[in-house]
Design a protein. Sequence first.
Length: 291
Amino acid sequence: MTRSGILSIALLLPFASMAQRSAEEHIAAARSAYAIDSLDFALAHADSAIKLDAMVEGALKFRGDIKQRQRNFHGALMDYAKAEKQEPENARLYVSRSAVHISQGNLKEALRDCDRAIDLDPMDADAWYNRACADYMGRNNDGAMKSLERATKLKGDHPEALFLRGVVRGEQFKEEAGIADLEAALKLNPSIPGGWMSLGVLQFENKQYEAAIATFTRVIDSDDPEKKTAYFYRADCHYARRDKNAACPDFRKCAEMGDKDAQFVVRNYCMTEAEEIPKKPRKQRKSVIEF
C-alpha cells in the first residue's frame, strides 16, 4: 500500500475519535489531509482544533487556506479576518488573502495585501508573484513585469511566475523571451492551466509553425478545455505554410465543434477552389491566470 493510501485510511477514522485529540494534533492531521487534497477531512480537523482552542497557532489562517482551495471565498475571508487579529505580522496570511481577492477580481484589495506581505517579508517570492497577477489583471504589464523579476530572482524555479512572465513578454512583443519562459515553466509544471495553449499561440505569432503544430497537437490529444481553439490554431499554422490539404481537416473539425470562424473558413475556403481565405478571421486569445 502506498504512503498516501495509508494516510487516507488514517483520515477515515470515525469522527467520534477526533474529540480525543488535542488541538495541535487536529491541526497536524488537517495538514496531512490537506497535503493529499482530502479537503473535507482537513476542514473537519481544523474545525475541531479551533473548537478545542480558538487560539491554537496558525489554525484560523490554515482553515482559511482550506476554504480557499474549496472555492469558499467568503468563508476564507472570514477566517483570514479573524486570523489577522491574532497574528497581524504573519506575511503569509496576507499572501493567502491576496489570492482570494485576485480570484474575485478585487484588485485594489489584492494589491494592498501583497504590499503588506512584502513589507513584512520582502523575500517572499509568492507575495511578488501575487502582486504581479493583480497588476496583470489590472492591465499594468510594466508593474507586473517588475514584480515578476523580483519573484523569479528570489525563486528561479517558480513555474507560475515564469509562466506569467512569458505571457507578459509575449504581450510586449518579446516573443523569443516569452517562449523561453513558457517552456521553462511547463518543464517545471506541465499542468499549468492554459499553459500549452499559451505556448502554442506565442509560437504561432512568432511564425514558429512547426513547433506550434506540435504544441497544439499536444493540446488536442490531451482533451484540453481549449481543444476547439487548438484545432483552429493548428489549421492556421498549416494555412500559413500554404498546406490547404492539412489545414482544412482541422478547420472542419473546429467547425463541427461549433466555431463560427471555422465555419466561415470551411464555406469560403475549404469548399471552394480559393487559394486564400477571404476576410480571414483572426483568433484573439488572452491568457487566463488561475489561482
